[in-house]
Design a protein around this ligand. Structure first.
Ligand SMILES: Nc1ncnc2c1ncn2[C@@H]1O[C@H](COP(=O)(O)OP(=O)(O)OP(=O)(O)O)[C@@H](O)[C@H]1O
Length: 236
């Protein structure tokens, strides 16, 4: 049994259907990516997993439990941490307050994430702990968003646009952080456009095309098929 199993999901915004036969699996500790051009349904997939949108068909199971009818706060409690597109940190709270606001270890994980551990992962956040969220750079906001998700002590962390709009050095720091988290055994679902680091770091990749999976495979398989996969990833 995989940690996350999304099986034949359909989802729509009003009359506009976006997901048709969407499915994917993530094993415990696995680092998986969801790739695809703009508008293909990546964020919509994340929203249905998180309970922010209800699928009209199909099932989603996490850790053996059906979650596709659960509200998002319950999905989070089951152990899914989200780093949303746009980051959504509290602009009027300090870095430290942003972190303390979400910290809990409901699943009683061994060696839980604490604010101190997060500061070790991202020393820059410790330096900026008294600064307001609104005064952080994009990279610092992303570190804060990742830290907030970690402080819920999840089994799976989902990053929607992990490094979008960030400077190359900060990007490198985020990739190295994700590598650290993978080494610690956290399962990761990552959406991003930077193929190089994704192929180096992730175990497996899914390509979504018009609301369903067109291809999935390991990084080696991706490199072998790269030529034929290009059309799924570049702007048409
Ligand atoms: N709130 C909404 N209401 C109506 N249509 C929406 C809404 N959000 C997204 N869509 C449409 O659903 C489709 C899939 O969007 P989604 O955000 O899931 O794509 P994506 O693969 O994440 O792309 P991107 O990289 O642009 O975020 C797009 O055609 C988009 O215009």
């Amino acid at each position: 049994m995989a940690l996350l199993e999304v099986d034949d999901i359909a989802a729509s915004y009003g009359n506009s259907q976006v997901l048709f036969h969407m499915g994917l699996k993530i094993e415990e500790g696995e680092f998986v990516t969801l790739l695809g051009r703009n508008g293909m349904g990546k964020t919509t997939t994340v929203k249905t997993i998180m309970g922010l949108m209800s699928p009209s068909r199909g099932t989603i199971r996490f850790d053996g439990k059906p979650i596709h009818k659960e509200p998002s706060y319950r999905v989070a409690r089951f152990g899914v941490g989200l780093v949303p597109e746009g980051r959504h940190i509290f602009p009027n709270l300090s870095v430290h307050e942003n972190l303390v606001a979400t910290a809990h270890n409901g699943l009683k994980q061994a060696n839980p994430w604490t604010v101190e551990r997060v500061y070790q992962l991202f020393p820059r956040l410790q330096e900026r702990q008294k600064n307001l969220g609104a005064h952080l750079s994009g990279g610092e906001q992303q570190m804060l968003a990742i830290s907030r998700a970690l402080l819920t002590n999840p089994k799976l962390i989902i990053l929607d646009e992990a490094t979008e709009g960030l400077a190359p050095l900060i990007r490198a720091e985020i990739w190295s952080c994700l590598q650290t988290l993978k080494n610690e055994g956290l399962a990761i679902l990552c959406i991003d456009k930077n193929l190089g680091p994704l192929l180096r770091t992730a175990d497996r990749h899914y390509i979504i095309e018009k609301g369903q999976i067109a291809w999935n495979g390991t990084s080696d398989a991706f490199r072998r098929d790269a030529e034929s996969l290009r059309g799924y990833l570049s702007a048409a």
